[in-house]
Design a protein around this ligand. Sequence first.
Ligand SMILES: Nc1ncnc2c1ncn2[C@@H]1O[C@H](COP(=O)(O)OP(=O)(O)OP(=O)(O)O)[C@@H](O)[C@H]1O
Ligand SMILES: [Mg+2]
Length: 266
Amino acid sequence: MSNVILHAEGLNKSFGAVTAAANINVKVQEGSVIGLIGTNGAGKTTFVNMITGYLKPDTGRVIFSGQDITQLAPRDITRLGVCRSFQIPQLYNSMTALENLEVSYGIVSLMAHHGSLFTKMDAKIPSYDKNIRQLAEESLEKFGLTQYRDKTARVLPGGIRKLLDIAMAMAVRPKILLLDEPTSGVSAEEKFDIMDMVMKAVRDGNTTVLFVEHDMDIVNRHAERVLAFYAGQIIADESPELALRDPQVIKYIIGETHAARLQEAH
Ligand SMILES: Nc1ncnc2c1ncn2[C@@H]1O[C@H](COP(=O)(O)OP(=O)(O)OP(=O)(O)O)[C@@H](O)[C@H]1O
Ligand SMILES: [Mg+2]
């Protein structure tokens, strides 16, 4: 059995009367791909935020590679190798795709140079001996973005913005990548290609991936394991095959009609 790289232990989080996380317990195996599903307000982003340090749980702990990271600042968690994308891409809109990536690689390169990027627990500090431009160009190619190299981020289509955002998050060579709705705001036609590209590019380095996704076909296609959120709780934690047939998941998340269609498709 592979290593547990991340352990969310008894996470609770409330906003006033709203329970956004209710005793969340999850162990993530290194190298796995996990789909996070649930209706609006179920607690998916809250979970991602607690793992990445943007929100502190009321109680509970987040353990990454044996280290308690619960109280660390988001940037320190990023430095350890836990990275994320947001529901809305965080790009430098007035810069080109290439320049956006150069900024990311530039920051990573500086942090590596100053020794602040990786901790002692990580013996394999990646070498940044290639120049920033070259790393950015390679990333464009890896994510199928070369044709958008010199386009200003502002004018890029939704799906391409998502890809660029994820490519930038990958500059740090994360051990875990959390993607919050990588295909939201992307047209139905583009969705599958975008997600295929993302998975191909991030799986190259064997990065562990947790992705929030509303489209069950995409979950089915890419996730090895599904965490189903409802009212701040995880109501199912199983393979996609089982999760998409789970009575609770069907009742609270997928709906009977859609579930029947999914079953037919398999
Ligand atoms: N900063 C906050 N302040 C107050 N309430 C919040 C805050 N963040 C989240 N919530 C509430 O916590 C609950 C869970 O929200 P969360 O954003 O985690 O849901 P989600 O599953 O990501 O939903 P969506 O699919 O719409 O993105 C919701 O009821 C939401 O309104
Ligand atoms: Mg959300």
